[in-house]
Design a protein around this ligand. Sequence first.
Ligand code: NAD
Length: 350
Amino acid sequence: MTAPSPSEKAFVPFVSVENMMRLVHHIGIETVLTELTDVIESDFRRWPLFDKTPRVASHSREGVIELMPTSDGEIYAFKYVNGHPKNMAQGLQTVTAFGLLAEVSNGYPVLLTEMTLLTALRTAATSAMAARHLAPKGAKTMAMIGNGAQAEFQALAMKAVLGIDKIRLYDIDQRASDKVARNLAGSGLTVTVCPSAQSAIEGAEIITTCTADKQNATILTDNMVGSGVHINAIGGDCPGKTELHKDILKRADTFVEYPPQTRIEGEIQQMDPDYPVTELWKVVTGEAIGRHEPGQITLFDSVGFAVEDFSALRYVRAKLVGTGFYQDIDIIADPDDPRDLFGMLQRAKD
Ligand code: NAD
């Protein structure tokens, strides 16, 4: 069997996990996080341009599988992502993902890439972008509750973008906190492993909750949250999966990505449908007020939105140029005569 001639193929760059790791190290992880924060922010500035829809979720007892599409009219993107909190006990990732970019003008894909690492990077960059607008100025200490796969990325983004220099860790499994402490040794962050969530949040201006449990959990209760803090709530991102006691939401000013999705998936699913929220993009553009008084509690009710993946994908596409950290793959049948798809198949038989 002879393969069709190369002229009958439209190759698509594919970034494997191995190549994504090479690319990140080539650029430098903190540089990636800083640049990605800026790219996401620039896309939030042109938010009204994007096609937006709550992600398409397929729920099961064990977890969720989601598709996250969007387009700015020139480029289309989607991500496939799962969330399975029990996976970790079986030695599997809670979250895995891959994604694709395509040209709107002809529909042809222009990038296919792993997105498990890229999701951790973009989630951290989005947290940092939100904190840049919402956290108390000069914040130096972040509490990090839930020390799994996302944790180090969150810590490094807050360091690189905001100048956080102390991280206080808590996880129900101390091995997870010890892993983060080990991984962040030499990062320039002072890392403290704490015996409880209450102790982790002592002195922290930013509290990140990043736990995985398919239930309405109460990682933070109202009495734990002092005035003036910024809460970066990442782990509550599915119907029936929240981390904060609802009394915290009554005291906080809450900022969200895309309200129709966050009302289904975020912390605010616990509140009435008219619970007031501010769209983060409006804070970024200056149309809405973010932090405006010292005692204010700000809450970024993060669930992860398709525009952030779009930003991450276009960032990777731009950074790949000239690196060779990809393989050209043959996933588009593109016969020389576009009507002769069958002829192309027949030629492969000879
Ligand atoms: P992971 O399974 O690797 O880590 C979760 C950690 O939480 C584990 O170490 C676990 O021991 C700990 N934990 C569970 N219950 C806890 C509790 N009550 N108190 C303290 N620690 C607790 O998961 P991950 O990949 O780090 O993801 C964390 C969460 O973030 C998941 O729920 C995931 O769905 C969510 N997530 C959100 C976004 C977003 O954009 N908002 C993006 C990625 C992941």
